[in-house]
Every structure is written in C-alpha cells, then in structure tokens.
Design a protein around this ligand. Sequence first.
Ligand SMILES: [Mg+2]
Length: 226
Amino acid sequence: MTVLRAVFLDVDDTLVDFDRAARASLGATLGADADYELWRTLDHYRRYESGELDFQTMRDLRMADFLAMVGRDDDVPSAPGLEARRFDGLAQHYALYDDVLPCLDMLRARGLLLGLITNNIASHQRHKIAAVGLAELFDAVVISGEVGVAKPDPAIFEHACNVLGVGAHEAMHVGDNLVADARGARDAGLLGVWLDRRGAHRGAHRDLELGVTVVSGLAQLADLVA
Ligand SMILES: [Mg+2]
C-alpha cells in the first residue's frame, strides 16, 4: 500500500474565492448593476488557454465584447482602460475560502508536504498568492507560466512531484476544475480529487461516474489523507 506524502492544491476557486473578487471588481468598474452572470458565460479565457489569444488581447477583447453585449457601445473604445481598472481592482477583493487555513493546518499536522499547481501567468499569480498569505504556507509553487506547460498536461504534475521529491503515486492533487485538475492529476498517476463546491454533481455513484474522487469542501480531505 502506498503512503501519501504530498498534497497539491489548485489556487483559483479552490483556495482563493476568485469568483467573489471578480464579481466585486466588475461591479466597482462598471457599476453595481453589471451583469456578472453574463460575464461568466464569456469564453475568452478558454480561447487564451487554447493559445488562440494572448493574455492581454484576451482581456481587452473580453471587455469590449461584454460592453457591446450589454448595449454600452459608447464605452467599447474605452475597453482597454476599463479592463485595466477591473483587473487591477481584483487584488483588493482576493480572499480565501473559510475552510482553507483549517485544512492546511490539518495536512501539516499529518506531516504532509504541500504544493500549489496553478494555470496562469506567473507575475499575476505570484502577486495573488502573496496577497492572500499563501506563499509561505507551501513547500512548492508551480505556475504554468513559469513551467511552460499547463494543467491538464501530465508534465506539470510530474514537474511538481519532482520539486517535492515525491512519486506521482505518493501525491494527491485537489482542484475545482474536473478536467484540468482532477482528471489531469489522475492521468499523471496522482490521486485526482475534484472539489465541487457548488454541488454541481450529486449522487451516490458520482466518483465512479466521473472517474475521480469528489469532495464538496476542503474539510473532507481529512478522510482522504487518513
Ligand atoms: Mg481553479
């Protein structure tokens, strides 16, 4: 039987309540009535992840398209400036979910190594990780922008395991994205855990149906590492 030695965690919407920060900053930039649910439906970030758009182009285009969608055509030429304000404003609203620090304490108490594996550009993500006080709590911080590969590519999970000196079969990775986090980790040989905070997938057989272990909150990791 393999002994678990390391736990990796995703950052956005796993540890950092990015959704809350994004909603608050959109409202601060465009007005409290800005339709965040509509903003969430835009697929520009996926187009950045697939390599179709670079990061800055993606951001400016997303804001311009959003303004057009909500009928603010006069603001479309100002999209780059508005996007800069929205993006810079995110940092003021970053916060950890309530279950993060108790979970990290529990994992530490069990003698486990801790790492972050996150997809983003490095400077932005380093800033965020420091802003919420996570930087000093982890033994390894692996950012796709620095490594050159992104989740769900097995190479980023292998790299993270190498940084901590553990084998893939000795590690678990937990994240809110079923494909990039849970299945990506599983396919790299780690225990892949999907954090389904919204309870999107229920049912007694969901682990079998999805092919990964599912939890609805970080407190449930205590049972998985026991
Ligand atoms: Mg995430």
